[in-house]
Design a protein around this ligand. Sequence first.
Ligand code: GAR
Length: 222
Amino acid sequence: MKADPVEPARIVVLISGSGSNMLAIAEACAKQDIDGEILAVISNKPDAQGLDKAKEAGIVTQVVDHKDYGTREEFDAHLMRAIDEYTPDAVVLAGFMRILTPDFVRRYKGKLLNIHPSLLPKYKGLSTHQRAIDAGDKEHGVTVHFVTEDLDGGPNILQAVVPVHESDDAEALRLRIQAQEHIIYPIGVKWFIEGRLQLSKGDVYFDDKLLPESGIRLNSDA
Ligand code: GAR
C-alpha cells in the first residue's frame, strides 16, 4: 500500500535472471495501471539480462552480488541496506533466486511479494514444470503470494491455472505459464498498491475478505 496518497507508490524489484516479470510490472506502471514507480531493480547476478531491460526502460539498476559475501546473513544485510535507500512501499521478487534469511523476510513482511511457477502449495522449489508433467497433472499454473519465513509457502494472493497438454514438454509449459505470469503479477502488485490486499496472521484478505488457500484463481485456456 502507498505510504503517500499523492505520490506514486515506491517499488523495488529484485531479479536474478531475464527480468520479464519486472518489465511487465514496469509497463503497467508506465501505463498507470499501477499507481507506482519502480525506483530500482536490484540483481544478485551481475550478468542478469533483466539489468539491461531495466536500463532500457530508464530504471536505476544495482548489483548486490551474493558471491561478494561470506554468509547469507551478510548478503541479506547489504541487500536490505540497498533496498532501504529507496524507502519502498513494496518489495517485489521477480525471479529472484535466493533463499532469504528470516531477518530479511521479517523486515519487509506484509509488503514482500513473489511469483512462483506452480499452483502453490504444490511444487515448491525448482523444476516445477517438469514435476507437474511427471506427476501427470492435468493442470498447472503460477502463484503470486506474500513472502513469509516459510520458503515458497505463500500465503497465496492470485493464481493462473493452465491446462497441461499431452504434447507438453517443460519448455512449452513454461512459455505458456510465463505469458500468464505477465498478466497476473501486475494485477497482484496493483491490488497491493491500492491497499486492497492485507497479510494478517498468515492469511490474506482482499477487500477485507479472507481469501481461500489458493488465493483468487484465474483460469486460462491457453
Ligand atoms: C519466472 O518464471 C518466475 O515464476 C520464476 O522465475 C522466472 C523469472 O523469470 N520464479 C521462481 O522460480 C521463484 N521460485 P523473469 O526473470 O523473466 O521474470
